[in-house]
Structure formats: C-alpha cells, structure tokens
Design a protein around this ligand. Structure first.
Ligand code: UD1
Ligand code: CA
Length: 458
C-alpha cells in the first residue's frame, strides 16, 4: 500500500542528448514499456502522490502517459536536477507530505522494494537518505565522498571530481534515488547554486549542505543497486533491457513455466505467465498479456495485451494485440489477431487469417486466408478459405452477423451490414449484399455456362 504522507517526484524533463533520438529519453522503451512508465510504477507503489517534472517533448510525454498528466510540473528550461526539484516544490509542500522521494526518470530497473527501503531509512530518522552503488568503473556518475569513519561528506559530480582535491576514487556512486524530510530540507533546496563545471543546479549538492549543517544524512549502499543507475545511451538502454529480460525469464522458470530457447524469450514486466504455461522462443509477450496454465505460445510470435486461457494455443509466426483466446482455442501459424478479436472456447483460426473487433463463437473455425472485421460468428460456424467481411465503405464501418452452425463457402465477400442466419449455407464465390435467412442457401454469383467445342484444339 502506498504511504499517505509520502510524495514522489520523478525528474523527467531532460532531452537525453546521448540517445540521438527525437523522442524524450524517458519515452525510450524497455521490454515494450517506457522508462517513465516503469519508474512511475515503482513510485506509485510506495507514494500516495506522484509528480513528474517534464520539459523536453512535454506533448509527446503527455500523449504517451495521460494517466500521469495531473501530476505534471513543467520545467521550461532544464537548469539541472536541483532546479527540477525546485520547480516541483510548491506542489510538494501543498501536498502536506512529510517525506519526498526523488527518482530519476531514466532508471527503468528501479523496484518498489528499493524505493520502500530508502523511505524507511529516511523515516527511521534521517533528514536526507540516498541510494549508492559500487561499480567496477564509476564512469560519468556522481562520486560519493566519505570521511575517515565512513561517514558521508557529499556527492561530487564526475565533471567536477578531482582526485587531488576529493581523494582517490572509491567507485561508490550516487544512483540518483533520494528521500528528503520535507521540513528539514527545504531551506537547502533554495540555496543551490550553479557554480560547477556544468553550470547547473545539482540536487546532489543537498548532501554536502545537509552534512555541513549537522543534519542526519544516510547513504544506503545496496549490493544489487548497480542496476538502478540511469540509462543515458543506447548501449546502457540495451544493457538494462537485457538485464530485466533475463531476470523475468529466470523468475518465470523458477515459478514453473516451461520455457524453450530461454535466451530469445521476451516477457514484459506487466505480463503474467502462470506456472505450467509453455513458451518457445524467439517470441515477445508484452504489455498486460496473461498466459494461463496449459496455454502455449509457439516460436516467432508477438503478443501484446493478449489473453490466453487454459489450454489455448498460439502457433508459430502469429501476431496478437488485445486479443483473447478462451480455453482450448487455437490460432496460427501465421494468424493476425487485432484489437477486439475474441476466440471463444475451442474456436480455431488458421494461417493468414486476420481478425479485428470480431467474435468467433464456441468451436467455430476460420482455417485459411480470411478477413473478419466487425463480425460476430456463432458457435460451430465454418468460414471457408478466402472469406472477406467487407466492413468498410470508405466512410463508415459496418457489422456482419453470422449465425450458429452457418457455413460460408470459399471466396465469399460479405458486404456489411449483412447477416447470415443460423445453419444457412453460402455458395462459394458469392458476393453477399442481402441477408441470408436462417437455414437457407444463399448464392450470388454468375451461373456457369459450358460451350461445347470452344476449348483448346487438341
Ligand atoms: C545524475 C546525478 C548523478 C548520478 C546519476 C545517476 C545530478 C546532478 N547528478 O546524473 O550524481 O550518479 O544521475 O544516474 O543529479 N532532469 C530534469 N531536469 C533537468 C536535468 C535533468 O528533469 O534540468 C532529469 C533528466 O530527464 C533525467 C534525470 O533528471 O531523467 C537525471 O538527469 P541526467 O542528466 O541524466 O543526470 P546524470 O548526469 O545522469
Ligand atoms: Ca542519467
């Protein structure tokens, strides 16, 4: 449960120059989720309120995350991480929260557990707590300075760090995750200056200020915190993504999922795969997909927000987006199920079948080469190869209704709005523009004539 008296501020206004992308850095994705979405998820699990400092590409950020927009604070000029927090401070104070967490928007691997840990450290009596990591190479990260007894003295940014002044590099770095006691820290926040190599207001200077004033500062060093460092380049993004991918796959294997070719299986952080589900790589299972026990996903598939109930199967090379397969239903190989496709129990879709906003009733089949859009197909119906629902007239979309047990002959065009009654038959090659009553045979094609002697000369 999120803590009522805690607010979180996500710093997400920067451009991310090193990404060489037109997108704001925090919209870069890891396993199909934006970095901002992942950070916000961790923040929301701990803090009752979440603010996001936005600036660069704000409209793109708003479009990608409308659910966070109420908590947006605009930082028009990116004058540094300390300035970003200053800009949000009125709302922090107005929230009445006693503690304020600060997260960098470019740390996609941050977890609720680690954020909670830091909050508890701060609540246990620190005025300021922050999380550190020890790296083999401290690179461009802010260095943590400690005194002879291990007490924290401050943080020095990489650009300003000089071993002659600051002592030998211990490679202990600032992860960028802070927790502040709101009442204790606010005076310091507005004393920041930009007297440094970058000419920016650094949030990290708060540490030195607080230590000098005799406040209690706690640097929490966790062994597993190297994954919490910010992503600044395509290489770091790829590393973070691979690390999260392999953690998720390992966790699923440990829980009892059957996974083949584990190195090429991608499961997003919001997807749920139950023990006893079977997945073969390479494949990607993204978004809020749910794969139940006994369901199978074949190789070369991509599923986004898809639901597979127990015993459902998606065969090789299929693509599903916001589609549901009920128990025992199968799709593919080479099926394309777009948003709103629902295969009821034991229904089947075969190769080169596309479905959109359509329901295939219990046990119904569309085995080959078909487009079903805005269509409802009753239980046990059979849709022949090459059937097309012509659902779009260039302006509007129209519905096709096919009754239970109906049989649609191959190469039929159903010009919507149109319905075919239960147990009706439609002759192959028909262009159906008028509804076919229940139990009737509908046939709409030119009659065949055979002209004797008009064939090829022997
Ligand atoms: C920051 C820390 C550094 C730490 C590192 C960990 C500072 C000064 N440095 O460095 O000690 O080791 O993170 O990853 O804090 N942002 C704004 N507004 C601004 C500037 C930045 O919102 O004016 C946001 C960025 O969008 C980003 C986050 O703050 O999400 C961090 O900024 P970034 O420039 O990546 O900081 P680093 O140089 O990586
Ligand atoms: Ca960074």
């Amino acid at each position: 449960m999120p803590h009522q008296n805690t607010i979180a501020v996500i710093l997400a206004a920067g451009k991310g120059t090193r990404m060489h992308s037109d997108k704001p850095k925090v919209l870069q994705t890891v396993l199909g989720e934006t970095m901002l979405g992942l950070v916000a998820g961790a923040a929301q699990a701990v803090a009752a309120q979440v603010l996001t400092v936005v600036g660069h590409g704000v409209e793109m950020v708003r479009k990608a995350h409308p659910e966070l927009a109420e908590g947006f604070v605009l930082q028009e000029k990116q004058l540094g991480t300390g300035h970003a927090l200053q800009v949000a401070w009125d709302r922090v104070r107005a929230s009445g929260a006693s503690h304020c967490l600060v997260l960098n928007g470019d740390t996609p691997l941050v977890t609720p557990e680690v954020v909670e840990d830091l909050l508890q450290t701060c609540r246990a009596g620190a005025d300021l707590a922050f999380l550190t990591a020890v790296l083999p190479d401290a690179g461009a990260f802010g260095r943590v300075l400690r005194g002879p007894d291990g007490e924290v003295l401050g943080i020095v940014e990489a650009k300003d760090y000089d071993p002659a002044t600051h002592g030998p590099d211990t490679c202990e770095v600032n992860t960028g995750l802070f927790c502040l006691n709101v009442a204790a820290m606010e005076n310091f926040l507005f004393s920041l200056t930009n007297a440094n190599r970058a000419g920016e207001l650094y949030i990290t200077d708060l540490v030195g200020f607080a230590v000098e004033a005799g406040l209690s500062v706690h640097a929490l060093r966790r062994d597993d915190s190297s994954g919490l460092l910010g992503v600044n380049s395509p290489l770091e993004l790829a590393d973070a993504e691979e690390r999260l991918r392999s953690d998720i796959v390992s966790r699923l294997l440990a829980s009892g999922c059957l996974i083949h070719q584990r190195a090429s299986v991608v499961v997003g952080p919001r997807a749920e795969v139950e023990p006893g589900a079977e997945i073969t790589g390479p494949c990607r299972i993204l978004g809020a997909s749910r794969i139940a026990r006994g369901a199978k996903v074949g190789a070369f598939c991509q599923l986004t927000d898809a639901v597979l109930e127990p015993g459902a199967e998606v065969r090789e090379f299929s693509h599903l987006e916001s589609a549901t397969l009920q128990a025992g239903a199968t799709a593919g190989p080479y099926a394309r199920l777009r948003p709103g496709a629902l295969l009821m129990e034991d229904a089947r879709v075969g190769n080169f079948v596309e479905m959109k906003k359509s329901v295939l009733g219990k046990g119904a089949k569309a085995s080959h080469l078909t487009y079903l859009g805005d269509a409802s197909i009753g239980a046990g119906a059979n849709i022949g190869a090459g059937t097309i629902t012509c659902n779009y007239d260039g302006v509007n979309k129209h519905k096709t209704d096919i009754g239970a047990g109906a049989f649609i002959g191959s190469n039929t065009a159903l010009v919507a709005p149109v319905s075919v009654g239960a147990n009706a038959l439609v002759g192959a090659g028909s262009v159906i523009t008028k509804s076919v009553p229940e139990g009737a045979l509908g046939i709409a094609r030119a009659r065949q004539s055979n002209l004797p002697g008009r064939g090829k000369k022997p």
